[in-house]
Design a protein around this ligand. Structure first.
Ligand code: ADP
Length: 181
């Protein structure tokens, strides 16, 4: 009861004071071919920090992908069902332009190990040059996900290894279907 009063009061204050009413939107871009428990861990951490998180699936990433864009979007939606402030969208333009249209002020990237840093640092610097004010925030996954990569999981699945510990059941099932084709 106390909580619902508190929420009602909070909502009323935010509606009456437009300055306080602005939502912070964070965008988490990637190829997600496919989404892994590592990516999901990052999304959950971001969802705990921001009002809205957009998982942005790169349609053009220069990589040959196993899953098509609509397949990747559907799998992410299935994996993240239940996280109400998370939306999944595909984009095929420059990330900073897409972020602007979505009114996002934060780019989320995941850091697994120091080896990610070189590329991530370059990317963040480039995005900072392209759109000053759009900040990149790095989040670390729980340790047990730090060794996961979509590339490795695709390789294991291709050779019919067990991937259940690495991806959501919907993703595991879609991968089994792919490699039966
Ligand atoms: P990209 O092709 O842009 O590298 P990915 O889908 O591979 O896209 O990864 C998107 C982001 O998620 C990147 O910041 C990457 O470092 C991060 N990431 C990938 N795998 C993991 C993981 N296991 N734990 C945490 N972050 C991860």
């Amino acid at each position: 009861m106390v909580n619902s009063y508190r929420i009602a009061w909070y909502n009323a204050v935010h509606l009456l004071l437009p300055g306080l009413n602005s939502m912070t939107v964070a965008i988490y871009p990637g190829t997600f071919d496919p989404i892994t428990y590592g990516h999901m861990d990052i999304v959950k951490r971001a969802a705990g920090l921001f009002d809205q998180v957009i998982v942005a699936v790169a349609a053009y990433s220069g990589k040959q992908t196993l899953f098509s864009v609509p397949e990747r979007v559907t799998l992410i939606q299935q994996a993240l069902a239940g996280l109400s402030q998370v939306t999944v969208l595909a984009f095929d333009n420059l990330l900073v332009d897409f972020a602007k249209v979505q009114q996002a002020s934060i780019i989320i990237r995941g850091l697994r190990a120091v080896s990610d840093l070189d590329y991530e640092f370059q990317l963040a610097r480039m995005n900072q040059q392209l759109a000053d004010g759009l900040e990149t925030l790095f989040l670390m996954p729980a340790e047990q996900y730090a060794y996961l990569s979509s590339t490795l999981i695709r390789e294991v699945a291709r050779l019919h290894g067990d991937i259940d510990a690495f991806v959501h059941p919907a993703v595991a099932s879609a991968m089994r279907t792919k490699f039966k084709e």
